[in-house]
Design a protein around this ligand. Structure first.
Ligand code: RNT
Ligand code: ZN
Length: 417
């Protein structure tokens, strides 16, 4: 028996004393899919206008070697990352990552411009999610898209929104698993507006127009993502949390909760249980804000673990789609994906290794002493041995061994770009 297996068996016995069946937990975690975002691979540039400026109030810092410049490079990088992550997952594409030689704009995109992505996803056995791209375009230069006071601008973006839904539906049909299509728009004002209502009214009406057509929910689900502020939209964001809570709940859309889109002391982990009582589904953008919506690589911090626990304790995994949203160009981009995605999986796995029913029972009985004692002792349980065994069983590197593969890839592939 390998060392990893021996350690796992010891851990298994220890968790069994709390009534936790680690074999069962490993079967469950293998079902949890993480939607890895394509945009970490090329600093949110895309392929439609890669030399254009990144706008929309988001920013990537860093100039690490080896960013992907072509769809083939991006796919190669993604394959390298997936090879180091246990389980079968999804890829989250943005509209601007169309893979085509045709001259096409955001409002004229068609499913065929993504057929190469679909072929690749089929070959890899992964699912696809989607996002219309409402930024980095001449028609968003004034900071407004679907809420623009200019009707022709608004119309362009409505057409884009409709096009994106057709593409998402095509992904779902082709791949036999639902494609979540997430709507985020950057619209907002740098300085305090007089009229906070009209832009929101226009956004509501634009979205209603985009969502007129219904698609089979087995193929695609729409999600809407709010935000508190963006760079250049510090004073007012049209698509605020209240806006999309209202919109999503009245139109039966998934509500996307991005961990970086709230006030700095607010956490999304505490919002999930409340939201779950009313919404048919939740999309997560697991991210890491550092002082602002900085989109740092997801690390194993308190909030990530709290998100994992909320999903498990409240039995929300069925109605929650877990996506990632970060972009760091100061480190190896493949490593960024691997670290962030492995951490997201680990957080859910760790939450599954808890005697939740028992903890709920003693809490109901008012036994807060044991609740605190047990939760604290659990922190010293050999979670790492379970994780390592999971990686071994899934045929991916254990521990830091994945970094060796990334370093070799950097030397042999990335450094030569
Ligand atoms: C921006 C949103 C949005 C983007 C992606 C690229 O603040 O979080 O999800 O990060 O669409
Ligand atoms: Zn996001």
């Amino acid at each position: 028996m390998t060392n990893i297996t021996t350690q796992y068996n010891e851990a298994k016995a220890q968790y069994a004393t709390l009534g936790i069946d680690t074999d069962e937990v490993l079967r469950k975690i293998a079902q949890v899919k993480i939607s890895m975002h394509c945009w970490q691979g090329d600093d949110v540039r895309g392929f439609l206008n890669p030399d254009g400026e990144l706008t929309g109030g988001i920013a990537v810092s860093g100039n690490y070697l080896g960013a992907a410049h072509t769809p083939d490079q991006l796919r190669a990088d993604l394959e390298q990352a997936y090879a180091l992550i246990p389980g079968k997952h999804k890829l989250n594409l943005h509209a601007m990552y169309a893979d085509t030689t045709e001259q096409v704009d955001l409002n004229t995109l068609e499913p065929r411009h993504f057929s190469k992505w679909v072929d690749w996803a089929k070959a890899q056995g992964i699912g696809l999610d989607f996002n219309p791209t409402f930024f980095s375009h001449a028609n968003s230069a004034d900071g407004f898209t679907l809420a623009s006071p200019d009707d022709s601008i608004r119309q362009f973006w409505i057409e884009h929104g409709k096009a994106s839904r057709k593409i998402a539906n095509y992904f779902g049909e082709e791949l036999g698993q639902v494609c979540v299509n997430n709507f985020w728009v950057p619209d907002g004002y740098k300085d305090t507006p007089i009229d906070r209502l009209s832009p929101r009214q226009r956004l509501m009406e634009s979205l209603d127009e985009i969502f007129e057509t219904s698609y089979d929910t087995a193929h695609t689900l729409d999600a809407v993502e709010s935000k508190v502020f963006g760079l250049g939209a510090e004073a007012y964001t049209v698509g605020s949390h209240e806006f999309y809570m209202g919109y999503g709940l009245t139109r039966d859309k998934l509500i996307c909760m991005d961990a970086g889109h709230f006030h700095p002391t607010e956490v999304i982990s505490d919002k999930l249980s409340a939201l779950s009582l009313y919404s048919s589904g939740i999309l997560l953008h697991v991210s890491r804000p550092v002082r602002w919506d900085s989109d740092h690589v997801v690390v194993m911090d308190d909030e990530l673990q709290a998100i994992g626990r909320e999903l498990v304790r409240n039995d929300l995994l069925q109605k929650t789609y877990i996506g990632l949203d970060f972009f760091d160009a100061t480190i190896n981009r493949v490593a960024a994906w691997v670290i962030g995605t492995r951490n997201a999986i680990k957080a859910v796995l760790k939450a599954m290794l808890e005697p939740t029913d028992y903890l709920k029972t003693i809490e109901r009985e008012g036994n807060y002493t044991e609740r605190l004692a047990l939760v604290e002792e659990l922190k010293d349980f050999p979670f790492g041995s379970v994780w390592n065994y999971y990686c071994q069983e899934q045929g991916v590197p254990v521990g830091l061994d994945w970094l060796t593969a990334v370093k070799a890839y950097e030397k042999n592939v990335l450094a030569k770009r």
